[in-house]
Each structure stands twice: as C-alpha cells, then as structure tokens.
Design a protein around this ligand. Structure first.
Ligand SMILES: NC(=O)c1ccc[n+]([C@@H]2O[C@H](COP(=O)([O-])OP(=O)(O)OC[C@H]3O[C@@H](n4cnc5c(N)ncnc54)[C@H](O)[C@@H]3O)[C@@H](O)[C@H]2O)c1
Length: 451
C-alpha cells in the first residue's frame, strides 16, 4: 500500500490493524475493529493466549468466546507471536502493560520492548498509536526516538504554522478508557481522546477511531492526551481517598457514611458519589497516579494530593483488620486462631480481575496475624501465584449454611452480585462488611459490622 496512506486513508474500509498486547484493553479493541469489518491481527508474547484466540476461545470472562470464534472464522481476526507481520499492517496499536516496578516507579520496559519490536518492521505511512496509560511525554520522548531508529521520521509539530509537515509515518497517543464489566458504557460509547505528534498524525488517528466510537475528541498534543487519562484516574483516586477518610471519621462518630453519600448524591449538580472500600484495586487507579508523581519530580514539583491519597488508600486494609480484630475481641476472641472467611478476591464486583486487589492484602494481613483463613469467589475457583503474593495453595470454598455458620467472622471484601446476602447474614455469626453489600438485608443487623 505504501505512500498511498494519507490521513484520509484511515477512514476507509478493510484496513489492516495490528493490536500489540491482547489483554483486557487490546482484545476488546481488536474485536471492535473486527466488528466494523477491518482485518485485525493480535500480537502477543503469550503463546497460550495466541493459541486460544486462534481456536476461538476466550480467557477474559466478559468477552464471549462466540464473538472471537465468529471473527476468526470470518478471517476478520487472528493472533500471532510473529512480529515480522507488523510490516503488513496499516495501523499498529500498542496496548501493553504499564505497571510500577519494585520501587513503585514506572516500569516502561513493556512499552520500550514493543517500540523495539515495531521499529525494524516500521513501514512508510504506517500509523502507530500508543494506548497504554503513561506519563506525559512518553510518546515523544520514549517511543518516537526508538521508532526513528528505523530511519523513518515523524517530526514533532504543534500545527501552529497551519501547514502539514511532511513525515514518513504517523504517531499518536490515545488513552484507553475501558471499564471492564461496565454494562452501560462499552468501547463504542466512550469518547476517544486523540493527540498526534503532528497534525497529520492526529487526523490519521482520528479517522481510524471515528469508525469504532461515537465521538473522537482531538487534543493539541500527545502529552495533553497522556495527561487527560492521568487526570481522570487521579480524580478517582483522590475522591476515593476522601470518602475512605470520611468513612473512618463517620465510624467513630456513629454515622453511616453510605447513607450520607446517598443523601449528598441527590444534589443534582456539583456532586459526584464515590464509595469507600477496603482499599484501592485494579490495574489503573492504584498505579497510574504515580506515573505523574514520578514525572513531576523532573520539574521539581511534589504532587501532594496524589501522595496523600495513596497514603490513605494504603491504610484502608490495615484499618479493616483492626476493626475485625476489635469485633472479635468483643466476642472474647483474637484474630490468631479465629476462622475467617473472606468473600470476594476480585478487585471489584462482578469481574474476574485480581490485579492489585485489596483482598490479597487482607489475606496477607490475616495470615500474618494467625487467622485460619478461607475464601470464596465465584470468579476464582483457585488462586494463582501473583507478582507480590502467593496464595496458590488456596481454593474457593462452597457457601453452604453449615459452612457459613462455622466461621468466627465472614469478611465481605468484594460485593459480587451473585452473593445471597440474606443467606450470608442469616447463617454467619459475625459479618464485617467493607462495601455496604448487606444494605438491603432486614434481619440480623446486630451481627453486621461496617468497616
Ligand atoms: N485493564 C483496564 O481496565 C485498563 C483500562 C484503561 C487503560 N488500561 C491500560 O492499558 C494498558 C494495557 O492494560 P491491560 O489491562 O490490557 O493489560 P493486560 O496485562 O491485560 O494485557 C497486556 C498484554 O500485553 C502482552 N504483552 C506484554 N508485553 C508485550 C510485548 N512486548 N509484545 C506483545 N505483547 C506483550 C501481555 O502478554 C498481555 O497479554 C495498560 O497501560 C493499562 O494501564 C487498562
């Protein structure tokens, strides 16, 4: 195809799109592009994922195998570990992880390695878009120089001259705003923010995304687009910390914070409800803000809201354990030796995602304190070894009335919809509810501890 790929080319049909990283973000994106008739190739290092995709199977609970199978059979979608096939793509979208390293600093190795895989395969007029959440400057300071090792150029230009600077390829940043499991807002309904390294790159990316989402919102640069995503997640992180702190105060004052939040949420303007919990979880909210605090240091700037929110949110699992210990103490028991059932290990309700889940911290704290701990989660029949935790010996137990009655405490960490809270409260002796999951249960309220 070569030099024919103008920015307008990307509003056409049958575009060959490569998605690098077929995880929670990359796979739905690949299927969405397949839905509208493009030819999509998923690139991943994980051969088991690639094999499953090509066999029409799924490994993400909310993505149906049937959808994958249909696209594979129609030859709209396939997966590969062969990165030389990047050469054949018109557009390449990067959806690889951006975690924190052991020192809680940005771990850019995935993005860097991916750029290194693209560079020797980069073609004239190819469009490359970074979707991974990251600090402002990543696209221009990290990805662009690696891609330009190919000998092809993509000049940085803010468009102030009103003319297109000539580039050899297009490069843009567009953050993924997917909320896995959200039934109201799927990929197609969520507006897509786009920032290009130059105006032609921005137009190329806008044209591509306009085919799969209802609204594309251009911003002036890749750095602005990178910052938009961080602002969204920092907003959540700080507001969750705020309600977590107010929950602690409310408990001390004998107030029900959930009642207070529901009351405040009736104000039709100027208030948005956030809810407390046992700590922050998921791949984004506990991680992303620290990408900005790390970058801010380069500017001699301390991001105090982020640090304070991190401090409060980190404290929450410890606070939960203290409340459980106190409630057991009133029953002349200690955490050591008590039989405790943890309900829900996923980081939020109704998802099969364990990453950064506060439940893992709760399991660790209870184990360290000598509790006899078991768990139940319909999404996790067994636990696997994770980066920071190893509970691979644990299996989800059944929730029979006899079993529920056998625990000194049932700790609700994740409020999955599948749980029968009436039955849990009826049979358990003590319920520690970190999510107000038992709000509609009428009987047995004297057994419920909010924490
Ligand atoms: N999960 C979410 O809800 C969510 C929402 C918005 C944004 N994000 C951001 O999107 C990015 C991806 O997150 P995710 O949740 O999809 O991660 P994920 O771990 O589910 O998937 C990433 C995939 O990339 C693959 N991979 C890693 N290195 C690779 C390489 N060099 N080449 C090819 N494949 C490689 C992994 O095998 C994995 O399949 C992150 O930056 C994340 O912060 C995630």
């Amino acid at each position: 195809m070569g030099a024919e790929r103008t920015p307008e080319f990307f509003s056409g049909k049958g575009i060959k799109i490569g998605i690098i990283g077929c995880g929670y973000v990359g796979l739905p994106l690949a299927l969405r592009f397949s839905d509208v008739g493009h030819r999509v190739t998923g690139f991943d290092l994980d051969t088991s994922k690639v094999d499953k995709l090509n066999a029409g199977q799924t490994y993400i609970q909310h993505i149906p195998a049937e959808k994958i199978r249909q696209h594979v059979e129609a030859k709209h979608f396939s997966a590969t570990t062969d990165f030389s096939k990047l050469k054949e793509m018109d557009a390449v979208l990067i959806c690889v992880p951006t975690p924190l390293d052991a020192r809680r600093e940005p771990d850019m190795t995935y993005v860097e390695n991916t750029a290194c895989e693209i560079s020797p395969n980069l073609q004239r007029d190819q469009l490359v878009i970074l979707e991974s959440t990251t600090y402002p400057g990543t696209t221009e300071e990290l990805v662009l120089p690696i891609l330009e090792k190919s000998g092809l150029r993509c000049p940085i230009d803010n468009g102030s001259s009103g003319k297109d600077v000539a580039g050899d390829f297009y490069l843009a940043f567009s953050p993924e705003r997917e909320d896995p499991g959200n039934k109201n807002y799927g990929l197609a309904q969520i507006p897509k923010i786009v920032g290009g390294v130059n105006p032609a790159s921005s137009r190329a990316a806008q044209n591509l995304y306009a085919q799969i989402v209802s609204r594309v919102v251009p911003v002036s640069s890749t750095r602005a687009a990178e910052m938009v995503k961080l602002l969204e997640n920092i907003f959540r992180c700080v507001n969750i910390a705020l309600v977590n702190e107010l929950k602690l105060l409310s408990l001390r004052m004998g107030l029900d914070i959930w009642e207070v939040i529901d009351g405040a949420a009736t104000k039709p303007f100027g208030f948005m409800p956030f809810y407390p919990g046992p700590g922050l979880g998921g791949h984004c909210i506990p991680v992303d803000p620290f990408y900005l605090s790390w970058k801010a240091r380069e500017y001699d700037f301390a991001t105090r809201f982020i640090e304070l929110a991190g401090e409060i949110n980190t404290l929450m699992p410890y606070q939960v354990i203290e409340s459980v210990g106190e409630a057991l103490n009133q029953r002349e028991k200690s955490i050591k030796g008590s039989k405790i059932l943890l309900l829900g290990v996923a980081y939020k309700k109704d998802v099969d995602d364990l990453r950064e889940s506060p439940s893992l911290k709760l399991l660790e704290l209870l184990t360290d304190r000598g509790a006899k701990i078991e768990y139940n989660d319909p999404y996790f029949p067994a636990l696997q070894k994770m980066r920071h935790y190893d509970f691979s010996h644990m299996r989800s137990v059944d929730l029979t009335p006899e079993r529920l009655a056998s625990y000194d405490c049932v700790l609700i960490a994740t409020d999955h919809s599948a749980y029968d809270y009436e039955s849990i409260v009826r049979h358990a002796r003590l319920i520690a509810d970190t999510r107000n999951a038992t709000r509609n249960v009428k009987g047995g309220r004297d057994k419920i501890l909010h924490c």
